[in-house]
Design a binder for this molecule. Structure first.
Ligand SMILES: [Zn+2]
Ligand SMILES: [Zn+2]
Length: 468
């Protein structure tokens, strides 16, 4: 008998649907079956004592790292007060303590039915997979993850409060909070979703035109003005002597439309999120010119965030969400889970992409479209730490390219929008023997060090810039 239809069954109506009773294609049916069994296995892994211990320690280590960005400072503190005093002091101020307490107290969640927006790209992996893996549910939350067509819509739905929280491009909360491109509404980055994971993809006809100095007149797609994609592409072009405002055209194109635009010849390339770089290779319309990892290894891309108002009104719900997303990040960053995660997020309700494409992105074993198979395990990675120095860098680039005019109080904006943890402030209030330095670390972008303590100097160091 047939695998998908049942024309000789007298007990069932003959409908030209899938035999599972749903109206979808055979490919979709197989993708969903694969996703279901992968989710069962990942759920099983997430419920082992080993993962629970790992996940709790990951969350705690993440928060302690936020508290002591310089490791020397952490060690000095531990040596000064001893391990048990230090642990008690840290537990008294870290959100992890209140989160654990909250999980045992019933009825403390202010809001349990939540709507969270996402753009169907691999950056959103932790936020998306938390849904089929039951991580939201485990925190007492009934979350609907809602696929959204583009970033402007994400911004508008957050401002209109249609979404409770969302997948953001990490520069978006900085822009929205300052009223760039919309009314000023205070927004926060709670965690970075992903680091690396983007690429410059070019049309196949440019296979022998790899030197950016020859790219005058090119048209590039970017997902949004306030995106790391825009800032990294502009940075890369300018370092190669190409003025991104006058020598080339940059067009805002929703990620899901980038490959079609490349195929149609509307653009020469894009700096976009995955899976679309890999999808261009899969569809044989483009090749991966450079991974963004090779421009800034460890650069932030997308974020998980919400409005300041939501956090203030729903602190326990926010803590529960935060914990669900961090649990997911703990699972996503482990390479041994990546193949299963690719199956879980591939189906139509999430990324709607061939599993083979997502698999290449998440495992880092991929065809580059130039005839080579590359092996780059950290092509995409998931490190949740929202370093405020990253926010300062984004602000320097907003100013560099004229999005932000006049004087900028870099530190004030960064510290207001990027929530690294209030713990540092609390520690000081409690009189702990620890000097709260700012949560800044140094970064290296295309070989040049960025020190968030000197943003204006950095800004003045660029030959191509709109900043006076
Ligand atoms: Zn089916
Ligand atoms: Zn992203």
């Amino acid at each position: 008998m047939s695998e998908f239809f049942d024309p000789y069954n007298a007990d069932r109506p003959l409908m030209m649907k899938c035999s599972c009773g749903r109206d979808h294609t055979l490919a979709d049916h197989h993708a969903e079956v694969a996703a279901d069994s992968a989710a069962v296995e990942l759920r099983r892994r997430s419920e082992t004592a080993e993962f629970e211990a790992y996940s709790n320690e990951f969350i705690e280590a993440t928060l302690v790292k936020a508290l002591f960005p310089q490791d020397e400072e952490r060690r000095r503190f531990l040596r000064a007060v001893g391990k048990s005093t230090a642990m008690a002091a840290i537990a008294s101020v870290l959100p992890v303590a209140s989160m654990q307490a909250m999980a045992q107290e019933k009825g403390s969640l202010e809001k349990t039915n939540l709507k969270i927006g996402f753009i169907p790209i691999t950056c959103a992996t932790p936020l998306i997979m938390a849904h089929p893996l039951g991580f939201y549910q485990k925190q007492g939350l009934n979350v609907e993850v809602t696929k959204t067509a583009g970033w402007a819509l994400v911004r508008d739905k957050m401002i209109n409060k249609e979404y409770d929280a969302t997948h953001f491009l990490s520069p978006m909360p900085l822009a929205i909070s300052q009223g760039l491109g919309s009314n000023a509404t205070p927004m926060n980055v709670a965690t970075i979703q992903n680091i690396n994971g983007q690429a410059i993809t070019l049309a196949l006809k440019h296979k022998n035109n790899r030197d950016p100095k020859n790219w005058k007149g090119f048209k590039f797609g970017i997902p949004f003005d306030y995106s790391m994609h825009n800032f990294l592409l502009r940075y890369y072009l300018a370092e190669n002597g190409i003025n991104p405002d006058t020598d080339v055209q940059l067009r805002v194109i929703p990620p899901a439309e980038m490959v079609a635009n490349l195929r149609a010849g509307n653009i020469d390339g894009f700096l976009g999120p995955d899976p679309f770089n890999q999808r261009a290779v899969y569809d044989e319309v483009g090749f991966i010119h450079v991974l963004t990892k090779d421009l800034w290894n460890g650069h932030p891309c997308c974020a998980f965030g919400t409005s300041t108002e939501f956090i203030q009104k729903n602190p326990n719900t926010f803590a529960a969400l935060y914990r669900a997303v961090l649990t997911s990040a703990a699972m996503a960053r482990d390479p041994k889970n990546r193949e299963l995660i690719a199956k879980v997020i591939a189906p139509s309700q999430y990324l709607n992409q061939p599993e083979a494409v997502i698999n290449q992105v998440l495992t880092g074993k991929f065809a580059d479209g130039l005839g080579k198979i590359q092996n780059v395990p950290d092509r995409a990675d998931f490190d949740p730490m929202p370093w405020q120095s990253m926010a300062v860098w984004m602000l320097t680039q907003m100013k560099r390219w004229g999005y932000l005019k006049g004087d900028v109080n870099y530190k004030q904006v960064a510290e207001k929008v990027f929530l690294i943890t209030d713990a540092r402030k609390h520690m000081k209030d409690l009189g702990q023997p620890f000097t709260a330095g700012p949560a800044y670390v140094k970064h290296k972008i295309m070989g040049k060090e960025f020190d968030a303590a000197k943003p204006e100097e950095y800004l003045k160091s660029f030959a191509i810039s709109k900043a006076a």
